[in-house]
Design a protein around this ligand. Structure first.
Ligand SMILES: [Zn+2]
Ligand SMILES: [Zn+2]
Length: 299
């Protein structure tokens, strides 16, 4: 009599080229922007100053949208933003390829709740570097907004979900107004750059040691490359203190998102800003219990 031993097949055990049903479009998008970016870099390796400046500006606005609005405000509720500012930042985050706020927050809260365990959606400790960096985007089942961020699953946030495809098409093609050089640099090259700078937070900053319950680590050199998302590279700080709007905890840990929040607070556009407490400065102060707090959407 033969005995059948069955076990769950993890998504990272699938062939890397195989998207989960419903995410074929994500894989197509990723392949398309990389192919266009390579062609663009061959044809226009050195862009003109106006095109380069605009690409930088769009990248910077998108970076602020993701780190300040998506991550610190919507996912962790570490501040409140004026409504107009909030939705302006959502626009720039989506324009920069970060997807709709509801799905971003659902994935992110799932990640914190199960960081680096088998239930984590994007851990390099489970699926390897490329799983955490890109593959999970098209090979993992969507995180359920009804479970992870019910408060973002209706109203204006829902409208942003429907705007996702038109906005990314606009983002990809808007540079045509400045000719072919603008098309490649303002579109695919910018989107590929921004994509990888965000993906490094999932892959590279989770390749540390498990002395605090997860493998998060600070990666100093990633910060300058992230431009306005400089601050996200202090990822160990963040996993240790998910309730803090400030990610750079030492004076020398540059945190552009924090400076932006500080300025918004000064002019009354950000309120209820949660600062790290002195207790939270300790590098040894971390627990999985603390991380789970971020799944609570209440302020
Ligand atoms: Zn987070
Ligand atoms: Zn993380």
């Amino acid at each position: 009599m033969s005995q059948t031993i069955s076990r769950e097949i993890h998504p990272w055990e699938q062939p890397f080229w195989k998207p989960v049903p419903g995410k074929e479009g994500v894989l197509f998008y990723l392949v398309a922007i990389h192919a266009l970016a390579i062609v663009g870099l061959i044809l226009f390796p050195l862009p003109g100053l106006p095109v380069f400046g605009m690409a930088l500006l769009f990248t910077a606005l998108g970076g602020l949208g993701t780190t300040v609005c998506y991550h610190r405000m919507l996912a962790h509720r570490t501040l409140k933003l004026n409504h107009f500012t909030e939705h302006l930042l959502i626009f720039w985050a989506m324009f920069n390829g970060s997807g709709a706020p509801t799905s971003w927050v659902a994935y992110h809260r799932l990640h914190h709740s199960h960081a680096d365990t088998v239930a984590d959606i994007s851990s390099p400790q489970q699926g390897g570097f490329w799983w955490a960096h890109l593959r999970w985007l098209y090979q993992s089942a969507p995180a359920d907004p009804a479970k992870w961020c019910r408060e973002l699953n209706h109203g204006a946030y829902k409208v942003w979900m429907y705007a996702q495809v038109p906005l990314i098409l606009l983002s990809l093609f808007c540079g045509l107004a400045l000719g072919w050089q603008g098309f490649f640099w303002l579109g695919a090259i910018r989107l590929v750059y921004s994509l990888h700078m965000q993906c490094f937070v999932n892959s590279l900053t989770h390749l540390g040691h498990s002395d605090q319950g997860d493998f998060s680590r600070n990666v100093w050199w990633l910060g300058p490359l992230q431009l306005t998302a400089w601050g996200e590279n202090w990822h160990k700080n963040h996993h240790s203190n998910p309730g803090s709007a400030r990610l750079g905890l030492r004076w020398w840990q540059t945190d552009v998102g924090w400076y932006f929040i500080y300025a918004l607070e000064a002019v009354g556009l950000a309120t209820h800003v949660k600062r790290p407490t002195p207790r939270l400065h300790s590098p040894l102060d971390s627990s999985r219990k603390g991380e789970q707090k971020c799944t609570d959407p209440s302020p």
